[in-house]
Design a protein around this ligand. Structure first.
Ligand SMILES: Cc1cc2nc3c(=O)[nH]c(=O)nc-3n(C[C@H](O)[C@H](O)[C@H](O)COP(=O)(O)OP(=O)(O)OC[C@H]3O[C@@H](n4cnc5c(N)ncnc54)[C@H](O)[C@@H]3O)c2cc1C
Length: 427
């Protein structure tokens, strides 16, 4: 019988891509590690949000490579780079086993409700269990909640949305349809995909016309159609709600209702008009709406637009050659915020981006790390979140071993441990 403790070297908050990588990396470093997740599965957006494919690339030797192999992800090269298709249903069990086999104590169905603090130092978290509220003490706490919930409750400063108006990228609910006729059914990776329907009609224009006729929801300019890894299925990333506050229960409900209404309308559109989709129906959808953007926890360094655009190298790099487009789904309307996604060059993510300013004893990873709105639009993808998670896990384990706060840990020590585990951090 499993008997869990109430004190760990490392407590990782949230079991999404970054939290999984952080927990496994910390446990492999010998740290007694807990992973705390509010849902009954791990995987975060990849499983509970049905987000597919894994996008973004990093240098060789990170946990990204391992996860791609574990999930049997299959690749296709587009303007988005390598799109690695995964099956959300298969991923649920494989990811859970991956974490469990690393020796991590996994707390499922366990919401984190508050942080435990001593002055500016985080000493653990408060969790909701069937026996009431409990405290899990941690030498080092890692915030992998996506929303930066733990760091924000600890008093770290954060930013939400773009500078001009505070608006965030829209929320979306992803879903899968099938069967589709592979002889005719196209795929489409985005609003600049030149793909045509079998009769030669440009598909993006076709969607725009349907939108103008009111046969697609107001802000849905293009219905993106991705492969799932299985023939006869498509993963659809198209619904969108703008301007909602997904951090409030009222906002989350309104968005969820609207997104599920849009799913029905998009399935009708596909069946009625798109060749190869006539027999398709809704096969599955995320069990929660997907939040692209909420809090960005401000750290000792804020990753800048220019770092991503110019491919800047950082002395304290803990992720090397991170690459994805600056992909800003329009916070105020359809399509892309700046007309189209913008190029990026392979860039470094410094250790300082994982250290929340003004708070000790903790690290961030995944989409809530420190960066500008535009830099976030690149590093938020799952491929890069896996790598920041792995680095945070290694750093947390090292800090716990040495009995120091992560801020006092030299970045070189994290780099050395990552390099020894096979991560290529330097050219
Ligand atoms: C609609 C949409 C489409 C996207 N498309 C792509 C794509 O095609 N490819 C790609 O690579 N990326 C895509 N992304 C981005 C990517 O999915 C996320 O940015 C990424 O999953 C973030 O990883 P994470 O580990 O930081 O957070 P998440 O994946 O959000 O995981 C956070 C975890 O923390 C848990 N958690 C949160 N709060 C608490 C709490 N209080 N107590 C306990 N547990 C908690 C959550 O339940 C969740 O499991 C998309 C995102 C969205 C929303």
């Amino acid at each position: 019988m499993r008997v869990y403790s109430d004190h760990y070297n490392v407590v990782v908050c949230g079991g999404g891509p970054s939290g999984i990588a952080a927990a496994v990396a910390a446990a492999r470093m010998g740290a007694k590690t807990a992973l705390v997740e509010r849902y009954g599965i791990v995987g975060g957006m990849m499983t509970s949000g049905y987000v597919n494919p894994i996008l973004g690339s990093v240098s060789q030797g990170t946990m990204y490579d391992e996860i791609i192999q574990l999930l049997g992800a299959t690749g296709m090269k587009t303007r988005n780079g390598w799109e690695m298709s995964v099956d959300a249903e298969e991923a649920k069990y494989r990811l859970l086993r991956f974490v469990e086999e690393a020796g991590v104590d996994i707390f499922l169905q366990t919401p984190i409700v508050e942080v435990q603090k001593n002055d500016r130092s985080v000493t653990g978290i408060r969790i909701g269990t069937q026996e009431g509220l409990k405290t899990l003490y941690a030498d080092v706490t890692v915030d992998a909640t996506g929303d930066g919930f733990v760091a924000a409750r600890a008093g770290a400063s954060f930013q939400i949305g773009r500078d001009a108006d505070g608006l965030c990228q829209p929320a979306t609910l992803e879903f899968v349809v099938g069967p589709v006729d592979e002889e005719k059914a196209i795929t489409c990776w985005g609003g600049t995909d030149p793909v045509r329907l079998p009769d030669g009609t440009p598909y993006v224009e076709f969607c725009a016309q349907a939108n103008a006729r009111g046969e697609l929801p107001e802000n849905v300019a293009v219905v993106r159609l991705h492969r799932t890894g299985w023939p006869g299925e498509r993963s659809i990333n198209a619904t969108q709600v703008n301007g909602c506050n997904t951090l409030s229960p009222e906002g989350a409900l309104d968005a969820e209702l609207e997104l599920r209404r849009q799913v029905e309308s998009i399935v009708r559109f596909l069946r009625k008009y798109v060749p190869g989709y006539e027999e398709s129906r809704l096969k599955g959808s995320g069990s929660t709406l997907g939040v692209r953007e909420s809090r960005r926890i401000m750290g000792d360094y804020i990753l800048q637009d220019a770092d991503v655009e110019n491919g800047n190298v950082q002395k304290d790099a803990i992720v090397h050659k991170a690459w994805f487009l600056i992909d800003i789904h329009n916070p105020k309307g359809s399509g892309q915020a700046e007309g189209h996604s913008h190029p990026a060059k392979p860039y470094d993510i410094p250790y300082r981006c994982l250290l929340p300013k003004g708070v000790e004893g903790m690290l961030t990873c995944g989409r809530c790390i420190s960066g500008t709105h535009r830099a976030h639009a690149s590093y938020r993808v799952m491929g890069i979140c896996l790598a920041t998670g792995q680095a945070a896990g290694v750093a947390a384990a090292l800090a716990a071993q040495r009995g120091v706060t992560p801020r006092a840990l030299p970045a070189e020590a994290v780099q050395k441990a990552l390099t020894e585990s096979g991560v290529k951090l330097f050219d």
